[in-house]
Design a protein. Structure first.
Length: 426
């Protein structure tokens, strides 16, 4: 029987990380752990006063401060973006040696990200463990729970405009003044945003479909509500704020977006995806980002004009075709072919590694006291900036979805318990 370890999970980005964090919490609790979910607001306070045995963090910058605040704790790096990055943009290349050395273990999504680490740090063979993509669990094990194959009469629109629509309402001028890269990023997002709004108009004017907008995790949802109000289309357009992209995508007939990793979920669900990359590139007079030939283009429609888009969405779109490249990508970057839940595997790794370590008794502040303090902290943060909850997990506002009970039950029937490598393996 496992000891009752105290585990802190840092969920950095609400609409990117919380779905997986809720599931990982439940998997750890099933192994006897006490778990606290934290955000930027209360992470350091909880680590300092709760004296956890393990810290699971998905941002590199928190690793060393975590070890400073709780030297006795094991630190597990659990990347928030663990798949789909080319080597030059990879976490391995961006992680400084002192951060790598401070991590006890790195819980990676797939074989290719692991290779990135071992190429730079030979000792990563013993510190990296492949656990899979935590955000794909519901698609892998519970597709019948989240996906109704019948027509939903809804089209999903994916937003990617955090530079011009910051989650805390910061002015775009703060980005323009920083670097040339951010200046170009702002210009590109302005152009792309204009075209995605035009795409929404095309859907509303040429079909009877409803529209569900899925903003980028670091965008402000309220801006979209204001746009919908001005468009006077609130009866047909909604703004989505759920935790898992795949679970939202499963409720759509097809998706319209720029190039995005969202094509993976569409591919796995058999949902048609429409990329407006060519429309933006053609009409932007060189101001848009040129995605070139992206792997996502193998599994999506690519209209070249809004006239093409209008005609396309009035036809019966077919599911994405089978792609060997996409299948390889899923396996190499997301460990998709593993039969196990990524979150359950992560929990098993954490508990096994904790069992291998000895811990002395630590006087710590009770969990309920820290939860009460954070409740006050949430109220203060919301008073200072009502947009705080756009990005940061607030326990009083953000609840675990009811259907997660079914997901956890399904995960329990496919558990990876007892199948944990001694570092470096899949």
């Amino acid at each position: 029987m496992s000891k009752k370890y105290r585990v802190v999970i840092r969920a950095f980005t609400l609409r990117r990380d919380m779905g997986a964090a809720f599931l990982l919490k439940r998997c750890l609790e099933s192994r006897g752990c006490q778990v606290m979910l934290t955000s930027v607001r209360d992470f350091e306070r909880v680590v300092r006063h709760w004296k956890p045995h393990a810290i699971i963090t998905n941002t590199k910058s928190t690793v060393i401060p975590s070890k400073r605040l709780a030297p006795q704790a094991m630190c597990f790096y659990w990347p928030g973006e663990g798949g789909g990055e080319e080597y030059q943009y990879s976490c391995a290349l961006k992680m400084k040696p002192e951060i790598f050395n401070a991590c006890d273990y790195l819980l990676l999504w797939g074989k290719t990200p692991q290779t990135f680490f071992t190429d730079i740090y030979p000792e990563a063979v013993d510190k990296t463990i492949i656990c899979g993509s935590p955000r794909l669990d519901t698609l892998k094990l519970c597709r019948d729970i989240i996906h109704n194959p019948e027509k939903k009469n809804s089209v999903g629109i994916v937003g990617k405009y955090e530079l011009i629509n910051h989650h805390e309402g910061f002015a775009t001028t703060t980005k323009l003044a920083k670097t040339e890269r951010l200046y170009k990023g702002v210009i590109r997002q302005v152009v792309s945003f204009y075209h995605i709004i035009k795409a929404i108009h095309v859907v509303l004017e040429t079909t009877d479909l409803k529209v569900s907008i899925r903003p980028y995790p670091s965008e402000d949802l309220n801006s979209y509500h204001k746009i919908i109000q001005k468009m006077q289309c609130g009866d047909r357009v909604e703004v989505d704020g759920t935790y898992l992209f795949g679970d939202w995508a499963a409720r759509q007939d097809f998706i319209i977006s720029e190039t995005s990793t969202s094509f993976l979920e569409c591919y796995l669900l058999g949902i048609p995806a429409v990329s407006i990359d060519k429309i933006i590139a053609k009409e932007s007079q060189g101001m848009a980002h040129d995605w070139g030939t992206d792997i996502s283009h193998e599994s999506c429609y690519l209209p070249e004009s809004f006239e093409d888009l209008s005609a396309l969405i009035q036809t019966e779109l077919t599911p994405p075709p089978h792609s060997n490249d996409v299948e390889t990508y899923l396996d190499e970057y997301h460990d998709w072919n593993s039969p196990f839940s990524a979150n359950d595997r992560t929990a098993e790794v954490v508990v096994q590694k904790l069992n291998e370590r000895s811990f002395g008794a630590k006087i710590h502040v009770p969990k309920k006291v820290l939860q009460f303090v954070d409740d006050l902290s949430v109220r203060r943060a919301m008073f200072r900036n009502p947009l705080h909850a756009n990005f940061n997990y607030c326990p009083s506002l953000h609840k675990e979805p009811a259907y997660f009970d079914q997901v956890i039950s399904r995960i329990a029937n496919t558990t990876s318990r007892g199948d944990v490598p001694q570092g470096g393996g899949a």
